[in-house]
Write a protein that binds this ligand. Structure first.
Ligand SMILES: *[C@@H]1O[C@H](CO)[C@@H](O)[C@H](O)[C@H]1NC(C)=O
Ligand SMILES: *[C@@H]1O[C@H](CO)[C@@H](O)[C@H](O)[C@H]1NC(C)=O
Ligand SMILES: *[C@@H]1O[C@H](CO)[C@@H](O)[C@H](O)[C@H]1NC(C)=O
Length: 306
């Protein structure tokens, strides 16, 4: 258990720390040119759709006060996928970013928020960023993580119910279908992968590198197994918290998806989708990161109620 525990922590830590230096490794000219092309194309797409811009010049792909049925922004795929085994009918051939407020209802998001609040009430980081992973049991506590299944055992039954786990699984399946439909792949060739976790962020200063969620990073570089990343927001930007917008970083201009309870955002995990989360300025931001891989060797199971 200890080994497994620490290996997990390594992953989480890398996720926050590697973000900063993941780009410095990609120094070849080819990379630079690809990035420039992606950036220009991204901006052209955004410009073409005449999306509104916020005061700071950021293109707003989805504003908090909008309700979107389905919005898709195609971006050319990076070559990151070639550094891994390719899976026909799953590995992205068409890349992009999608946002939908129609997949998960606000009521379902509220239920998930209650699950998150209940889980986090048992622990929480001393810094501004806590994670709760129902799969591995990892929960931020102080400057460390505990395995909440071991640490709290039976007491968890008073906190999390079987229905909570059922809803989590149901939402995960719905998100998986939506990703498959959007990218024109077979949903059964996609697998849940790790880390998949709840996050809670506030404006407290970081105490350890685990708390530094704001570094730009590429999921495929950070985690390897990721092919499609999805984010389900459980709270509202500008109502529940300030700052904390999700930002795609492109060379010409950046673009944001403003979090909204029940909003699903998903994208291909390669460097075509370099991104970061802005520092939260006030309030508390809740979200779930649900990650998918095409590689069955990296699949994880749904969490089960013990
Ligand atoms: C942020 O959350 C932590 C718990 O993880 C809490 O101790 C702290 O007071 C919160 N900070 C603010 C500014 O609300
Ligand atoms: C989807 O994939 C599964 C297993 O990989 C296969 O059994 C099924 O026939 C596929 N469905 C379609 C429509 O291609
Ligand atoms: C995009 O965001 C990154 C990271 O915050 C920042 O360094 C860069 O200056 C931004 N680009 C533009 C065009 O504003």
């Amino acid at each position: 258990i200890r080994t497994r525990h620490w290996r997990r922590l390594g992953t989480i830590e890398n996720s926050f720390r590697e973000g900063g230096d993941s780009r410095s490794r990609d120094t070849s000219w080819q990379r630079i040119i690809t990035c420039a092309v992606l950036g220009v194309t991204g901006s052209l797409i955004a410009g073409f759709l005449v999306l509104h811009q916020s005061g700071d010049g950021m293109v707003v792909l989805a504003a908090q006060d909008e309700t979107l049925d389905h919005r898709f922004y195609q971006v050319p795929c990076s070559e990151d996928y070639n550094n891994h085994r390719r899976f026909a009918g799953c590995t992205p051939r068409r890349c992009g970013r999608a946002v939908s407020d129609a997949v998960i209802t606000r009521q379902e998001a509220e239920k998930m928020l209650r699950v998150a609040e209940a889980g986090f009430s048992l622990g929480g980081s001393d810094g501004g960023a806590s994670i709760l992973d129902l799969h591995s049991g990892a929960l931020s506590m102080g400057k460390h993580f505990v395995n909440m299944y071991r640490y709290f055992g039976e007491k968890l039954h008073e906190i999390l119910t079987e229905e909570d786990f059922q809803l989590y699984r149901e939402l995960r399946l719905r998100i998986q279908s939506e990703i498959a439909r959007t990218f024109n792949i077979n949903a059964s060739s996609l697998y849940l992968t790790k880390p998949t976790f709840f996050s809670r962020m506030n404006s407290s200063a970081a105490k350890t590198t685990h708390d530094e969620y704001w570094h730009p990073h590429i999921d495929k570089v950070t985690y390897g197994s990721f092919d499609y990343t999805s984010l389900l927001y459980l709270s509202d930007y500008s109502r529940d918290f300030g700052g904390g917008r999700f930002v795609f970083i492109d060379t010409v201009s950046n673009s944001t998806v403003e979090p909204k309870a029940g909003r699903l955002s998903f994208f291909t995990s390669g460097s075509e989708n370099l991104h970061h989360v802005e520092k939260v300025q006030w309030g508390t931001r809740y979200a779930i990161t649900i990650s998918f891989t095409c590689d069955p060797d990296h699949s994880i199971e749904d969490p089960t109620w013990m």
